[in-house]
Design a protein around this ligand. Structure first.
Ligand code: HEM
Length: 186
């Protein structure tokens, strides 16, 4: 039996925790700022063949975010990080319990930062031909996500991300809802 190759995503597997989270989210009269803790559990999901041609490997995850200092749960997310070795493509497929789902994609050609950590960038856009955002009728009308971009840094003992979600909400266009955190193995 051969080992499953998760490519640049292999280092994700396992559980991570971080308490340096910074969130900026929309409020009717401006911006809400939250510091947060986060736990992410990544589990290998094996390999997948699509239409007997595309070969993918996938890692499933579930993450939970709690606000500092009151411990309120402010975000929950589940999905897959997926690697297509032949096309050097990384896909981040996830959903959040606001009835919003995203399939973001990006090409990975061995990019690293100065410390040798893997750096992956993915994005999705409303109506994009390839990388899309799907949302409920209520969200389309009242809190429309138009763009999502994320930069993920994977090291042996540090996982970090920064992401921007653009939302049309409270009569404003393209509110920049940002989140970033640094996590360590649990
Ligand atoms: C660590 C990641 C995230 C955190 C901590 C977070 C947190 C928050 C918070 C605190 C609010 C304001 C809620 C309220 O005022 O009732 C919010 C709103 C929102 N978030 Fe996030 N969020 C995260 C990621 C995302 C992602 C990835 C998406 C979509 C791709 C998203 C989409 C939205 C939308 C559409 C709203 C507006 C809904 C509303 O405020 O009523 N969020 N988020």
């Amino acid at each position: 039996m051969s080992e499953i190759d998760y490519g640049p995503l292999a280092g994700l597997n396992g559980s991570w925790k971080g308490d340096k989270g910074k969130d900026e989210s929309p409020e009717p009269d401006g911006i809400e700022k939250n510091d947060y803790t986060e736990t992410i559990h990544f589990t290998p999901a094996g390999d997948v063949d699509n239409a007997e041609t595309q070969e993918l490997t996938a890692i499933h995850y579930h993450l939970e975010v709690h606000r500092i200092p009151d411990g309120k749960a402010i975000h929950n997310q589940t999905g897959y990080w997926i690697w297509d070795a032949e096309s050097q493509l990384v896909m981040h497929e996830f959903s959040i319990p606001r009835a919003v789902a995203v399939i973001a994609g990006g090409v990975y050609r061995g990019e690293t930062d100065d410390d040798g950590n893997i750096v992956i960038e993915v994005s999705a856009e409303l109506g994009h031909p390839d990388w899309q955002i799907i949302q409920s009728p209520f969200m389309q009308k009242n809190a429309l996500t138009t763009h999502f971009s994320q930069r993920l840094t994977i090291g042996p003992s540090r996982l970090a991300y920064s992401q921007t979600t653009l939302v049309d909400i409270y009569g404003r266009k393209s509110f920049s809802h940002t989140d970033q955190n640094e996590l360590k193995p649990l």
